[in-house]
Design a binder for this molecule. Structure first.
Ligand code: CO
Length: 502
């Protein structure tokens, strides 16, 4: 299926207004430092203390030229600091080299991976392969560095307090010059006693090489590379995310091909040259983690179900079985060169379905199970359960029971019995990635809060919402003084962790 954006799409689709949704796509106009947020409703829990960092595209238009896809927008970091019931906001664009150049020039000077062209004549895009590192996909803290991540380049290092950009980081010498680093690290909560950050970089072509890296996140070696390995696999790989268990790093090689010609000719962005290949299987690539029971052995390659996966939820082990939970799409949802992302027709897009695959390592067989039929994205488990059998998951979902739609609800799903809680702001509100924050003093898996930035289509404003993780009951809504476009990923740094590091 080829997703279509129909220029004649009626403005009103089922349950939401297209303009309410698309109105979030605008430039972030102002940068704040430690501005107290106005509480509109409820009360901010006094025992929720730490910083919610969030990344996403913040610059989408220059002098009437629009990015072709919001994923091409420059990274803008928002940090929301929670302290005894008060929340303060700081926000700042990542000062990437390209952002500074384009700010000075007042126009787009670089092509985007998702099809954004340079301002000016179409021919100026031909054979111009320079891409800008837009640092817009995720933001995480590793040691003293706050890192703005974008998977086709090295991370940008920021000051965790002021969000000032220090420049590209090589992670204490672990990365070579502008080596690509995934935007989806997984935080191992302590499967080998101490917590770690596990991440990867990939070089792809007819063969693909994955560099798997593990960094210390506690103690004297915080931020240092502890261990790494490199493995080469046959075929092209588009790997946005992965997941971990105590013994394995798990990748899903989607069955898609890359045709570079339209990219070379300046007709398409690199990501627009990806196409599903229904003649071959997707594969699970299982790489043994160092210090695990299969350390130093070769990777395992096992056929995976059909479908396309951007994001995984979690994975865990049970003797010779590995369970992998992922959001599957029927096809790779692409944006064609003549389409306007603001007029996207959701009914023509494949929906994201949460599924669990049981991989039997003795027989190389797979069993597949659908966990929920409701279109979802941005799913997570309690961070203490990463790599382990987790009972609960929190995610953003469409409002409708089936089919694609904009994300308008937060759902807590019991992965054992299928029961769920939902918090919705349909028809005029839209949600982004929810972040589950466990209560530090509790061992109950669903004890804590959920934070989410929302877009209020009626008021044309961004809001910060706090929910109870247990039943998604509303705790607080705060007004954000800037409009923040629908964004990508974020993370939480607990103030207890900050104290421990110092
Ligand atoms: Co992602």
């Amino acid at each position: 299926m080829n997703p279509v954006i129909d220029a004649n799409t009626t403005k009103k689709s089922a349950g939401f207004n297209q303009e309410d949704w698309s109105s979030a796509y605008c430039n972030v106009e102002k940068e704040y430092q430690n501005t107290e947020l106005e509480l509109i409703k409820g009360e901010v829990p006094k025992d929720l203390n730490g910083t919610f960092y969030r990344n996403g595209p913040g610059r989408l238009e220059r002098k009437g030229d629009w990015v072709h896809h919001p994923f091409d927008g420059d990274g803008m970091i928002a940090s929301m600091q929670f302290k005894n019931g008060i929340v303060t906001l700081s926000n700042r664009f990542v000062r990437t080299e390209a952002w500074e150049e384009e700010e000075r020039a007042g126009k787009f000077l670089y092509r985007g991976v998702f099809g954004t062209k340079k301002s000016g004549l179409a021919l100026s895009n031909v054979f111009d392969l320079r891409l800008k590192n837009i640092a817009n996909t995720n933001v995480i803290k590793l040691g003293e560095e706050l890192l703005a991540l974008w998977e086709a380049g090295s991370p940008y290092s920021l000051n965790p307090e002021t969000l000032e950009t220090n420049g590209l980081s090589n992670l204490k010498g672990a990365l070579s010059d502008n080596e690509a680093l995934s935007a989806h690290p997984r935080f191992d909560p302590g499967h080998y006693n101490d917590p770690r950050m596990v991440t990867f970089g990939v070089k792809t072509g007819p063969k693909s090489t994955i560099r798997l890296m593990e960094f210390s996140t506690k103690g004297a070696n915080t931020g240092c590379l502890i261990t790494e390995r490199k493995d080469t696999f046959n075929g092209f790989a588009f790997l946005h995310d992965f997941c971990i268990t105590p013994n394995w790093a798990i990748f899903l090689q989607n069955a898609i091909d890359f045709n570079p010609l339209p990219f070379l000719l300046g007709q398409k962005g690199a990501a627009q040259c990806l196409k599903s290949n229904f003649n071959r299987n997707s594969k699970f690539w299982l790489i043994p983690r160092d210090h695990g029971v299969s350390a130093k052995t070769s990777p395992r390659i096992i056929d995976a179900p059909d479908g396309f996966v951007f994001h995984h939820l979690n994975a865990w082990e049970n003797n010779n079985e590995i369970y992998v939970e992922s959001i599957f799409y029927d096809d790779f949802p692409s944006i064609e060169p003549n389409q306007d992302f603001k007029k996207i027709d959701f009914t023509q897009l494949p929906e994201g379905i949460l599924k669990r695959c049981k991989i039997n390592l003795l027989t190389n067989s797979i069993e597949e199970k659908t966990l929920s039929n409701q279109c979802c994205e941005f799913a997570m488990v309690n961070p203490r359960k990463v790599g382990l059998h987790a009972r609960y998951s929190w995610m953003a979902t469409a409002e409708k029971e089936t089919g694609n739609g904009p994300l308008q609800s937060i759902k807590k799903l019991d992965l054992v019995n299928g029961k769920s809680h939902t918090w919705t702001i349909a028809p005029r509100g839209f949600v982004s990635e929810p972040l589950m924050i466990p209560k530090s003093s509790s061992t109950e898996e669903d004890h804590g809060w959920v934070l989410v930035l929302t877009w209020n289509g009626a008021l044309q404003k961004t809001e910060l919402v706090v929910l109870s993780a247990k039943d998604l009951s509303h705790q607080a809504t705060l007004r954000i003084p800037i409009k923040i476009p629908h964004g990508l990923h974020g993370s939480w740094v607990d103030s207890n962790e900050l104290l421990m590091e110092k």
